[in-house]
Design a protein around this ligand. Structure first.
Ligand code: TTP
Ligand code: MG
Length: 356
């Protein structure tokens, strides 16, 4: 399979919110620290690496985190502070290239294929970016350098925290063979279980399958599985990517059967979506809210309503509207919002241009 080779850097800040809090209060250094909600139903946004040693992680209910790590220091979310740091970090990326595609507040892809910096060495550019971030923000970032987005993202997580991992074109084949299938884009917990049950544990196992076999078995996902297991990803770094919508979903270990389970699942997903919305840096207004339900017989229903916000009550109503169509045990539940096309301010500026 022919791969288009680019020089991509993926940068991801280390335990971003927690690192900012520790930087701003050095007496916290070396202690287990998390950032998140403190009320009984809240979850953590993130935690530092000391806390991770106890098994604490992002999206874990705060009460569970305290059970695992009784000395955990949980700090409230200070979004304005994280957004300000994120903007300064984005500016640093732009010192090196204009081809920056932010994924969230703390991570971005950079295409440095044609960059004149450091004689075109993506590795040296990545090192320089890490050094600049540390000098300006006193925070560490991990970077991955690779010939495409998919591998660059895997590389940035390979030696976290404060890591730099490079996958050169001639190293792809060796690297990819041992890569576990759960590292692939689009493979969540449930798909990973399915792949394991079929005997596919690593990309080498998947490489034994033809494109046709994989698409027959996995539909659209089969194509990306086929490409990724050969180390291929044709996506380009797109600085102007417009997100149409944002959604979160959960495939449950056990099918949900009663209203209390439904309600709890909706509350958790709503909270997860709220965090996602905070981190993606989307400035366009919300246009619609929607709910998706997959029942245990794989029938899928959805419901949508006009809305300017991600509102819990509306999700509950949308859920009932969709659920009553089928009323079977639920395998998967998803919530999301879609955005208006244009920014209101842009429309305004546009009008002004015409008036003048
Ligand atoms: P991540 O990059 O996933 O995590 P991280 O930066 O905290 O840790 P790592 O060193 O593993 O990269 O997310 C970036 C920030 O987004 C994180 O600091 C907090 C926020 N976040 C949430 O609010 N909720 C979540 O479920 C996750 C995963 C992240
Ligand atoms: Mg991060």
């Amino acid at each position: 399979m022919q791969a288009t080779l680019q020089k991509i850097i993926h940068v991801d800040m280390d335990c971003f919110y927690a690192a900012i809090e520790i930087r701003d209060n050095p007496s916290l250094a070396g202690k287990p620290v998390a950032v998140g909600g403190l009320s009984p139903r809240s979850v953590l946004c993130t935690c530092n690496y000391e806390a991770r040693k106890y098994g604490v992680h992002s999206a874990m209910p705060t009460t569970k985190a305290y059970r695992l790590c009784p000395d955990l220091i949980v700090l409230p979310v200070e979004m304005a502070k994280y957004k300000a740091a994120s903007q300064r970090i984005q500016q640093i990326f732009h010192e090196f290239t204009d081809l920056v595609e932010p994924l969230s507040l703390d991570e971005a892809y950079l295409d440095v294929t044609d960059s004149p910096h450091f004689n075109g060495s993506a590795t040296l550019i990545a090192k320089a970016i890490q050094a600049r971030i540390f000098a300006v923000e006193n925070l560490t970032a991990s970077a991955g350098v690779a010939p495409n987005k998919f591998l660059a993202k895997i590389a940035s997580a390979w030696q976290k925290p404060n890591g730099l991992f490079v996958i050169r074109p001639h190293e792809i084949a060796e690297f990819i063979k041992v890569l576990p299938v759960e590292k692939l884009h689009g493979v969540g917990r449930v798909t990973a279980q399915k792949l394991h049950a079929l005997g596919f544990k690593t990309c080498a196992d998947l490489q034994t399958q033809s494109l046709i076999k994989l698409t027959n078995r996995f539909g659209k996902l089969g194509q990306t599985l086929y490409e990724q297991c050969h180390g291929v990803d044709h996506r380009i770094v797109n600085p102007h990517r417009e997100r149409k919508s944002v959604s979160v979903e959960n495939t449950f270990n056990y099918d949900l059967k009663n209203p209390a389970e439904h309600e709890q699942a909706i509350i958790e997903l709503h909270q997860k979506l709220a965090y996602r919305l905070q981190t993606i840096n989307e400035v366009r207004p919300i246009k619609n809210q929607f709910v998706k339900i997959k029942f245990n017989d794989f029938t899928t229903v959805s419901a949508e309503t006009k809305s300017g916000e991600s509102n819990l009550d509306s999700y509950q109503k949308l859920f009932l509207e969709a659920y009553t169509k089928i009323r079977k045990p639920i395998r998967l539940l998803g919530l999301g919002v879609s955005f208006s096309k244009a920014l209101l301010t842009n429309d305004f500026q546009q009008q002004e241009l015409f008036v003048n």
